[in-house]
Design a protein. Structure first.
Length: 204
């Protein structure tokens, strides 16, 4: 009986095995090397490596807006010729004082609004009140309304001053565009007019 020839598939397998052995790497070793290379490439990509294999530099963090930086704002503020320039510490003290006033005035306005709402609600239930009680309630309502309006106006002025510090226009007179004066602002941080323009306004 004749012997059958071995199939080409087995010959191909032996050749592949022999080639792998002669190169010093078994098929298992080559597969392991390929997986390691794939992992290294993925790690490089995750680290931001570019096509040349060098890691791209990290993007610089965005700098905050200079208008909100008190040190930069202090440098930009105008003063009268006889005055020293603003220091960051001086401006920071004024800024924090105004910011605290904003919080306080908001709380006061909220309380005054609630009190006024209670008075208005009670006024509808006073059909049987005598003339003295009705007059007393009317006075209380007008008093609370006046307090609320004054608090609201002061809050608006304070928030405006804070905004002017942030955008670098703090200390400029809104009447004549001349410096208000550092001394005046330290005494009245909400001031928007210089002394001359304020006097003209009061004479009207």
């Amino acid at each position: 009986m004749e012997k059958t020839q071995p199939t080409r598939k087995r010959t191909s397998t032996r050749r592949s095995t022999a080639e792998g052995t002669s190169s010093g790497q078994t098929p298992t070793k080559r597969a392991t090397t390929k997986r390691a290379s794939s992992r290294q490439t993925a790690a490089e990509q995750a680290a931001g490596a570019d096509a040349t294999g060098q890691v791209a530099p990290a993007q610089a963090e965005e700098r905050p807006n200079a208008a909100t930086d008190l040190a930069e704002s202090a440098r930009l503020l105008v003063v009268r010729p006889e005055e020293e320039p603003w220091t960051p510490e001086e401006l920071a003290e004024v800024y924090h004082e105004l910011a605290d006033d904003v919080s306080r005035l908001k709380a006061e306005l909220h309380s005054a609004t609630d009190e006024l709402a209670d008075l208005l609600r009670d006024s509808g239930d006073g059909a049987g009140d005598d003339q003295a009680d009705a007059g007393s309630k009317t006075f209380e309502r007008e008093h609370e309304m006046s307090l609320a309006n004054n608090t609201r106006e002061m809050l608006e002025q304070t928030e405006r001053a804070v905004a002017r510090i942030r955008n670098g226009t703090y200390g400029v007179c809104e009447g004549c565009a001349n410096p208000i004066g550092k001394a005046r602002l330290l005494a009245f941080p909400r001031a928007t007019l210089c002394v001359s323009c304020k006097q003209k306004e009061e004479r009207r």
